[in-house]
Design a protein around this ligand. Structure first.
Ligand code: IPM
Ligand code: MG
Length: 371
């Protein structure tokens, strides 16, 4: 199969993690006989530096003209602490989500048995944590009307949802629940917010069409607590844009590192795949960032292309590295391997290159000097 992929490296560690995914995709292409063609496009601070805007038109055009977008990260400390900045890197990612109508952001949260010891949380039930957050991505407070009074004394961000915006993602979430453990949890704040009450009505109506799915409703404050207390209760978690942003970072710590988690954003045209971590500028260019979030995002892209076997090969490669202690600094700050080494090892695994007899001594291990 031939697939054209727009690659957006973005900021911070974006380039180095995305390059590992490209290597892994190429290995998959070789083994399974596919051709992946890549076209680079700019977004975020790198785009502001080059063109003055966080989302050049050319980037949207390239994305629309491809089968999928592989995205790195966005964010730059030069803008983070400057409330006066007229352009911001984040406008790039928000803009492309809107331009491609990527209304559903899927964030699977799964723990890796080999990393259970790393979770800062001691759960009674570590096995069986496997849920997916369906986060609405093109509406709500992120995209509502914004206002700042001229004298700077007042500001507001409106949170708006239409029934149709809620329906289209809810339908995907119900369908996903049918393929999984048939449980759907709507996370909202219906005791306070009108928009949340609309979410409840829509989901309650739709539940009638999916009698096999058991539906429950949690207020977001309670959900934040439940994710820590009893994460195994969740299967599909459906929620609006900002709540989804917050609880997905929370969910990620269950696994041991934010660097491990992938996401897929889908909508009416080209889908986009990106790790859920940010640009981690302190690590940029040091070859120490965790590439697994990006590589698993590439696996989700393969699923999306209908290449299930290929996606499984990538996931098996990831599990193999984790089980054998080939991990980056976020996971083992003393005995850690480079970003690029992890990428190479997953390629080797995919290509079946002497994985059984791999000798750790031959692989460059970076020992931290800080003990
Ligand atoms: C995410 C990020 C973005 C968001 C930022 C970079 C705008 O936190 O994808 O979770 O808030 O959606
Ligand atoms: Mg976020």
């Amino acid at each position: 199969m031939y697939k054209k992929i727009t690659t957006i490296f973005g900021d911070g560690i974006g380039p180095e993690v995305t390059q590992q995914s490209i290597k892994v995709l190429n290995a998959i292409g070789e083994v399974f006989g596919h051709e992946f063609e890549y076209e680079r496009a700019l977004l975020g601070a790198e785009a502001i530096d080059a063109t003055g805007t966080a989302l050049p038109e050319d980037t949207v055009a390239k994305a629309l003209n491809s089968d999928a977008v592989l995205f790195g990260a966005v964010g730059d400390p030069r803008y983070d602490n400057d409330p006066h900045a007229k352009v911001r890197p984040e406008q790039g990612i928000l803009g492309i989500r809107k331009a491609l109508q990527l209304y559903a952001n899927l964030r699977p949260i799964q723990t890796f048995p080999s990393l259970h010891h790393l979770s800062p949380i001691k759960f009674k039930q570590k096995e069986g944590i496997d849920f997916v957050i369906y986060r609405e991505l093109t509406g709500g407070i992120y995209f509502g009307e914004k206002y700042t009074a001229e004298d700077g004394s007042k500001a507001s961000d409106a949170c708006t949802y239409t029934r149709e915006e809620i329906e289209r993602i809810s339908l995907l979430a119900f369908k996903a629940a049918m393929q999984r453990r048939k449980k759907l949890t709507l996370v909202d704040k219906a005791n306070v917010l009108e928009t949340s009450r609309l979410w409840r009505k829509v989901v309650q109506n739709m539940a009638a069409d999916f009698p096999e799915v058991s539906v429950d409703y949690l207020f977001v404050d309670n959900a934040a607590m439940q994710i820590i207390l009893n994460p195994a209760q969740f299967d599909v978690v459906l929620t609006e844009n900002m709540f989804g942003d917050i609880i997905s970072d929370e969910g990620s710590v269950l696994t041991g590192s934010l660097g491990l988690l992938p996401s897929a954003s889908i909508g009416n045209s080209t889908a986009l795949f990106e790790p859920i971590h940010g640009s981690y500028p302190q690590a940029a260019g040091k070859d120490i960032a965790n590439p697994i979030g990006s590589i698993l995002s590439a696996a989700m892209m393969l699923d999306y292309f209908g290449m299930q076997q290929e996606a499984t090969a990538v996931r098996n490669g990831v599990n193999w590295t984790l089980e054998n202690g080939f991990v980056t600094k976020d996971i083992d700050p003393i005995n850690f391997y480079f970003t690029s080494t992890i990428g190479d090892l997953i390629c080797d695994y995919v290509q079946g290159k002497a994985v059984e007899s791999i000798n750790k001594g031959n692989i460059e291990l970076r020992k931290s000097t800080i003990i």
